[in-house]
Design a protein around this ligand. Structure first.
Ligand code: SF4
Length: 349
């Protein structure tokens, strides 16, 4: 297989290809970008700065509504303490992720991110927000996407990642997250982020009630977005990370998908997203099973030390990082620590 596959061909592969056939095709695309049997990883911590949220996604076990008991907003010192623990654990990447809290203005975020940048300099990098939070903030502050991106960039932000995407079809959004954003808004915001010089990524979550066609539409939209970025001279998506829905304690509930289905989906993503360099596998939701996805075309992964959002929905985090790294090594992979990229142009400004 040399050329790009269509949605119809992807559907056929999913329905008819054996695991070995999928692995072989995915490894073919992986080899265009990466050494065989070599993988990279980061040690990171998600800092959930607030659990107050008005979006009310039915697959979420994390949020509380404003004025409901149990809501919190982390102080700056709380955030610093969590970053210090991450540094002690050998990590250097923070992902900020929280709810749509109507009491937090854009200045809260700009002040927090500027303080983190000032205190830690180049010692940590951070994924400032997901696109979902970015959309809410921009709307709340009555700013265009370009204006909001510029404000955040001037506060020291380098990355606004593609998190909060789950499944990018309008129908899925209406079924499960109707107050969050539309797919059109999502990609318009992501393009404004790219245009403003910030870096971004793509994500996907599978295992809700989405159909195969919805998964394929998500992949098609992601590939189209990246084609547009490349055509216009931007790097676009640094990576594509897929994880699996954790159903415990959520209104939607449900049953977790089997690791085998996840691995096959990673392979299909690697084959389909031929214009994205890194395909990342999720230790956060698949634990040691995540490493088998390296055989299915993934090349990179996080070792997370905290993410309250997924932990509330049933994820368990293993803190024996050397024990975890022994698993890909036993599968024949060399693993190398990857520092989160610090964009040179932004760092210099
Ligand atoms: S997934 Fe995020 S946006 Fe949706 S309810 Fe939970 S915290 Fe809010």
């Amino acid at each position: 297989m040399n050329g790009r596959i269509s949605v119809d061909e992807a559907r056929t592969l999913w329905n008819e290809a054996s695991d070995d056939e999928l692995k072989e095709l995915a490894q073919g695309v992986r080899r265009r970008y990466h050494e065989p049997k070599h993988a990279t990883y980061m040690v990171m911590r998600i800092i959930n700065y607030t659990n107050v949220c008005v979006a009310q996604c039915d697959y979420c076990a994390f949020y509380v509504l404003p004025n409901q008991e149990g809501g919190y907003v982390l102080s700056r010192d709380d955030v610093f303490a969590k970053i210090d623990e991450l540094l002690d654990a050998g990590g250097d990447l923070v992902g900020f992720n929280g709810g749509f809290n109507p009491r937090l203005p854009l200045d809260y975020y700009c002040d927090l991110f500027a303080a983190v940048r000032e205190r830690y300099g180049d010692r940590v990098e951070f994924y400032a927000l997901t696109i979902a939070e970015f959309l809410y903030l921009a709307d709340h502050a009555k700013l265009s996407h370009a204006e909001a991106a510029t404000r955040l960039r001037d506060a020291g932000v380098h990355w606004i990642t593609g998190g909060g995407s789950e499944i990018l079809t309008e129908d899925f959004r209406k079924r499960h997250a109707k107050f969050k954003y539309t797919v059109r808004e999502y990609f318009e915001a992501q393009r404004a982020i790219v245009d403003s010089g910030l870096k971004t990524t793509a994500t996907m979550v599978i295992g809700f009630d989405e159909t195969l066609d919805e998964r394929l539409e998500h992949l098609q939209r992601t590939r189209d977005f990246q084609d547009g970025c490349v055509r216009d001279g931007f790097g676009g998506l640094f990576s594509f990370l897929c994880w699996t829905y954790k159903p415990y304690g959520t209104a939607l509930a449900g049953v977790e998908i089997a690791p085998e289905e996840y691995w096959r989906h990673i392979a299909l993503s690697r084959i389909f997203l031929d214009n994205v360099k890194h395909i990342r596998t999720s230790v956060l939701t698949q634990n040691a099973e995540a490493f088998r996805a390296l055989d299915y075309g993934a090349d990179d992964f996080d070792l997370p030390i905290e993410d309250e959002v997924t932990q509330k929905a049933g994820a368990t985090i293993e803190l024996d990082l050397e024990g975890l790294l022994a698993v890909p090594r036993a599968l024949g992979y060399t693993v190398e620590y990857r520092r989160a990229e610090r964009p040179a142009a932004l760092t210099a400004s």
